[in-house]
Ligand binder design. Sequence first.
Ligand code: SAM
Length: 367
Amino acid sequence: MTKTKTQGAAALPLNTILDGDCIEVMNNLPENSVDLIFADPPYNLQLKGELHRPDNSQVDAVDDHWDQFSSFAAYDAFTRAWLKAARRILKPNGAIWVIGSYHNIFRVGAALQDAGYWILNDVVWRKSNPMPNFRGKRFTNAHETMIWASKEEGGKYTFNYEALKALNEGIQMRSDWVLPICTGHERLKDENGDKAHPTQKPESLLHRVLVGSTNPGDVVLDPFFGTGTTGAVAKMLGREFIGIEREAAYRKVAEKRIANVRKFDREALQVSASKRAEPRVPFGQLVERGMLRPGEDLYSLNGRFKAKVRADGTLVGTDVKGSIHQVGAAYEKAPSCNGWTYWCFKKEGKHVPIDVLRQQIRSEMNN
Ligand SMILES: C[S@@+](CC[C@H](N)C(=O)[O-])C[C@H]1O[C@@H](n2cnc3c(N)ncnc32)[C@H](O)[C@@H]1O
């Protein structure tokens, strides 16, 4: 499944899991070449001793060597180094997601800002089925935090607002996401039937991240690939991925997993487009094309006001003239007004929103 994409002189190793330390590997990739980075770095949990449940069984905690750092300073130095390497390979309009828990996310947040990234949101992933606090000494730790940041302030990062709203049944997507942790058939097991990886993330989380902040064909890199959740979801969604993972056993699990993933068909990958991304249609065009005539009356949606269309695409009403937006706002005594949804024209005795005419022009442009 390996494919390469040429960025400048160098080629990108697409749909591959690269072996090695992610800082070194990223330093060898071409700069400005990746659309999105999703990073699930070591948490630096600093677990001291084993953790047991009340029945004395041992809790499967993250105590692996890859999560061990000698001090906060050592963890910070590592964080700053990988964030710098990641920023170099991001395209100017690229973005990054970093997921973490209270153990590391505040340190990561400061390092992100210091490295020049621009934080866009922090998203709380609230676990609908968290592990209880066995000792009863603290709150149940029921969430992780994801920081979403653009490469730089003002970067034109991808945000599929309408697609996320559609995923949420027409309601604007909020920054708190309630999703279950990875269990059941999705949880990968080793040959002994034990968890293949202690921190495998749920595919639902990556689905939302990738649908919301990438487009089909985009290149998504995950420097801490683990079992390859990012790669599996990227493949399903028709995105290209690059994984980096130091541990051979995890690479093997990830390779097998991704090989079994089927890509959704092209039509299923199309998502609701952002209104802002649709082509701009000036109101004057409706007049130029004779869809509305100079002198014709427009009526406010609430039926309280009317105004006349002028030849230059402005409106004139009672003591007010200007654009469809300005006249609507003046009538409503509001700071702003979307004239496209405010004004209607009369057709066969019925009031029809002028936005219908704009949509007609847009559909001609898209065909
Ligand atoms: C928190 S886990 C990621 C789990 C992954 N998101 C998943 O769903 O399976 C972090 C992973 O990063 C790897 N890792 C840690 N330090 C690394 C480094 N410097 N370079 C490459 N991989 C590293 C670890 O082996 C571990 O598999």
